[in-house]
Design a protein around this ligand. Sequence first.
Ligand code: NAD
Length: 368
Amino acid sequence: MGYRVTLIPGDGIGPEVTAAARTVAEATGVAFDWEVVQAGEEAIRTQGTPLPDDVLASVRRNRLALKGPITTPIGSGFRSVNVALRQQLDLYSSVRPARAIAGEGTRFPQTDLIVVREATEGLYSGVEHWVDRDHTAAETVNVITRKASDRIVRFAFELAKREGRRHVTAVHKANIMKTTGALFQTAFQAIAPSYPGVQADERLIDNMCMQLVKKPEEYDVLVTTNLFGDILSDLCAGLAGGLGVAPGALYGDSLAVFEPVHGSAPKYAGQDKADPVAEILCVELLLRHVGEREAASRVFRAVWETIAEKKVVTYDLALPGYTLRPVPPSRCSEMAAEIARKVPLVDLDAPLPRPAGAGLGEDSHLEA
Ligand code: NAD
């Protein structure tokens, strides 16, 4: 019996990238016992609801889940399964590392940030209504509590301490949002002095966005509320190489769910084209979480080497990137197979390779 993990394939490219992640997880030699459950569009088709009770029961039972992205209809239709899952399982910490891998596909090869986002309240609380019958005015309530602010701030400092990070920045808009913003700011200012080894400072969200695209290397751990965290984690994913390579984790007090930052990218569904790296790096985070540090490092290193070699990479990494060397794109499953092949072979003591001829180019860009 290995680690029993709930596997939620999800929608769009979800089934492809979770299959890829599973291939790599199994290449580590760590034993997994996957419990596959459906949420999202497939669950609506087969069970009439996007978030069946057995999904919640499975995650509560196994305490570990690997999840693919789930589509949320815009403006109408069912409420976000992703938001509901976080709220119902009290997965209050969304942790999104943004690491530039092999310096590929980014203008900012030094980027190494972690965005810690409160995931259960704020503007995503689901408290919203039309003000009038004609639907010409509407309100969404920004719910901020001292309890949730305290626990996310403490979580960010504990994570910084555990990971050897030296700097935590609180991101808010307390100058304009004088109750909700100030409540979060007060929590940060009260807790920061308990961590004297970690530098603590604050930025307003608008200034933070500007600072990040100018000098991301000056930041380390960012802690913020739900909506700001959602936006900042995509911004940081872009700094680090795009949505295709950005993993994420959701933690509660006893549960952990690992999911990429990206969504279901419906236009690529079923084409075996999407970048599997974000979901594969979710496996790395899962392995680290359960204490399988060597296997986690093998996965990270196999991803790094595959990207640095730039022989078997998906379309987003095949573009002219850091190395200015476009290559023919590989399929999602081919890249996963290459990473899985490398997992048992990598030398954990060797320095991480940089792509040959690396240098930033003016046309460095990524569609994602
Ligand atoms: P998206 O992340 O699905 O796609 C945006 C673009 O990023 C894509 O068109 C593609 O160019 C690129 N991209 C994303 N993932 C990629 C990958 N693995 N490889 C290569 N390129 C990739 O964002 P969206 O279009 O805004 O959202 C689509 C759906 O996903 C929506 O219904 C949204 O609500 C949902 N969503 C779900 C989650 C989640 O499940 N946690 C997160 C974000 C969005």
